[in-house]
Design a protein around this ligand. Sequence first.
Ligand SMILES: [Zn+2]
Length: 240
Amino acid sequence: GSGNDRVQISVQDSSGTNNANFATPPDGQPGQCRMYTWTYTTPNRDGALENDIVVHEMTHGITNRMTGGGTGSCLQTTEAGGMGEGWSDAMAEYVWSEQKSATITDYVMGDYVTNNKNGIRTHPYSTSATTNPLRYSSIKTLNEVHNIGEVWANMLHNVYAALVGAHGFSTTAKTNPDGTQGNVVFLHLFLDALRLQPCNPTFVTARDAWIQADQNRYGGANKCLLWKAFASRGLGVNAK
Ligand SMILES: [Zn+2]
């Protein structure tokens, strides 16, 4: 979007439990975020106290606004909505939560609110295909957006790991966007690709947007790395 819209947040909102949501109207109107309490523990836990959940919800605003030019209506198909969930998990992982050095760790979403080491998704995000076997072909049998999102988020976890493996890790990435390290490159490509991809992107067109984003910003320096990372989870040149 064009920027400067505030976000209105309701914490411990009484309209639900064990969840959170974010409504993204078009540019010019405030995003609306509701954070709920989670009832799996006594006392209950507050989703607003887990960065995973807060960043996940805020990222819905980013992806809905940046895809398709600020209309807030370009992640509407099941596949595109699923990737919306995936970007939100991915941003939660990289921006605030788990990755604090060049050593890539598996990432579990929502382990605080559930007080469960497995969190709220079916698998940890991982570079190990044993720990997380999800591949592009997995979406053929999935029709729920968070489940589809897990496939996309795990691909992005592997893209992140490849970029950090190649270019190292910046400990100042949150305040210095000019670094050349892999985590800085990752977030630039993540955001650039949102602007480049078409309205209602697919896995294939979203992947192509990452490749194009790298061409635009880095002259294609990471082209092979990106193709290999996506292909490692079944989203290579012959994916359709
Ligand atoms: Zn979500």
